[in-house]
Design a protein around this ligand. Structure first.
Ligand SMILES: *Cc1c(COP(=O)(O)O)cnc(C)c1O
Length: 461
């Protein structure tokens, strides 16, 4: 077999990919027909593909490359760690310096008394840990029946059997026998799509109170925890009304329900603070972190838990763990990423430079004939596409048809912007400059113009 390298023509790479590579969340036969895009390099906020196109990555990979691409420091640290100690486990009453240092650093950064770190390899794994951890916590406290976890429709918590069950994606539940028992889903605070005639703040309150209703229906002694993303990411960057989170916090406190904040996207500067819980002013007992923890340079994730939860779990053996829990190379890379975030004041850049600039240009998109609302928190944003802004109407085509057309137009304009149904979402690297933000929005507007013209031509609006 000839070596497969960057030097092969794109068509050959595409054929080889189609022959043997099964893509996640993809209709593979359809993709094989169309031809996959091959990404070969990246620097800063730009990807390069095998045809030499430079693409502005407004998604930071999958919401994760917070410090941008091409930071050689992380490569150096990984190489050094691989030479010194490429792997050792943390099961056998053993540890290593990268895991010690990262757990200490995270406890310093995490708010309140979130001081104890259980490592995993991915966000899905960390949320699987959380399912077992909160149930075991209550069982240890003599309440084994307190095991229902309440989550939300259209939330995303990962793709394993456990985390996919926590998530509220119907398309995922319809395959492979999800959800597992004792997971209960309430409605999401998505005012644009589901708020009807209610004012947003009333709607936010009503949606939060669904949590109280669910607890009262099932009984407080049955409910272990509530899990939510501070701002829903994969569900379409759904920014809840201001009334939502204070009410959720009140309910969790009142009924002694553990609050799990899934910070996999919101963590590490994405919302303008270290954690989304700080931006949304919530006090979780457990936090899920991944993605921005290493800026995606190496796979690593964790659950960070409070002093009290750690004390209860630590009173006996917790029969749980992963081969790669606290992997030394990933932990060393994460530490270097955190050093860069801190020393280069990347979060200050989000607060004072990139965040305000992106907000100004992003929100200006509402004057486009296709855009109903433009939402932004820190460096995660969304726009709702609609044929009628006043009624917040959906398109008559199947949901996602227009979003997909818009995404294809973005791609054609060398911009990666994702669609979730007929919402377009962005989550660029946090280090993006004002000039790059203007280029991002310029390309987005061009793609919107083209989408608008195509919809009119096809009679879709
Ligand atoms: C991506 C994501 C996950 C899952 O993380 P993986 O590393 O893909 O397993 C969990 N929760 C949220 C909020 C996410 O965005």
């Amino acid at each position: 077999m000839t070596a497969i390298t960057n030097h092969l023509p794109t068509s050959e790479l595409q054929a080889l990919d189609a022959a043997h590579h099964m893509h996640p969340f993809t209709a593979n036969a359809e993709l094989a027909e169309k031809g996959v895009r091959v990404i070969t390099r990246a620097k800063g906020v730009f990807l390069t593909d095998s045809d030499g196109y430079e693409i502005l990555d407004a998604m930071a990979g999958l919401w994760c490359v917070n410090i941008g691409y091409g930071r050689g420091e992380l490569a150096e640290v990984a190489a050094r760690q691989m030479r010194e100690l490429p792997y050792y486990n943390t099961f056998f009453q053993t540890t290593h310096v990268p895991a010690i240092a990262l757990a200490n650093k995270l406890s310093e950064l995490a708010p309140g008394d979130l001081n104890h770190v259980f490592f995993a390899g991915s966000g899905s794994e960390a949320n699987d840990t959380n399912i077992r951890l909160v149930r075991h916590y209550w069982a240890t406290k003599g309440k084994p029946e307190k095991k229902v976890i309440i989550s939300r429709k259209n939330s995303y918590h990962g793709s394993s059997v456990g985390s996919g069950s926590l998530g509220g994606m119907t398309a995922m539940h319809s395959q492979g026998g999800l959800p597992i028992p004792d997971i209960h889903h309430i409605d999401q605070p998505n005012w644009w799509a589901e708020g009807g005639d209610m004012p947003p703040e009333d709607f936010g309150l009503a949606r939060a109170q669904e949590l109280e209703k669910a607890i009262l229906e099932m009984g407080e002694d049955r409910v272990a925890a509530f899990i939510a993303e501070p701002v829903q990411g994969a569900g379409g960057v759904i920014v809840p009304p201001d009334s939502y989170w204070p009410e959720i916090q009140r309910i969790c406190d009142k009924y002694e329900i553990l609050l799990i904040a899934d910070e996999v996207i919101c963590g590490f500067g994405r919302t303008g603070n270290w954690f989304g819980s700080q931006t949304l002013n919530i006090r979780p007992d457990v936090m899920t972190i991944a993605k921005g923890l290493s800026s995606g340079y190496a796979p690593i994730a964790a659950s960070i838990v409070s002093d009290e939860v750690a004390a209860v779990i630590g009173s006996g053996e917790f029969n749980h763990g992963y081969t790669y829990s606290g992997h030394p190379v990933s932990a060393a890379v994460a530490l270097e990423n955190l050093r860069i975030l801190e020393e280069e004041d990347v979060i200050g850049h989000v607060q004072n430079v990139a965040g305000p600039h992106l907000k100004q240009h992003w929100e200006a998109l509402v004057d486009h004939p296709l855009v109903g609302e433009a939402k932004i928190v820190g460096m995660m944003g969304s726009i709702a596409l609609t044929p009628d802004k006043d009624s917040r109407a959906a398109f008559s085509s199947e949901a996602g048809t227009v979003g997909l057309i818009c995404r294809e137009n973005c791609f054609a304009n060398n911009l990666i912007m994702r669609h979730v149904g007929d919402r377009m979402v962005i989550s660029p690297p946090l280090v993006i400059t004002p000039a790059e933000i203007e280029e991002l929005v310029h390309r987005a507007r061009k793609a919107l113009d083209e989408t608008h013209a195509q919809l009119l031509a096809k009679g879709l609006m």
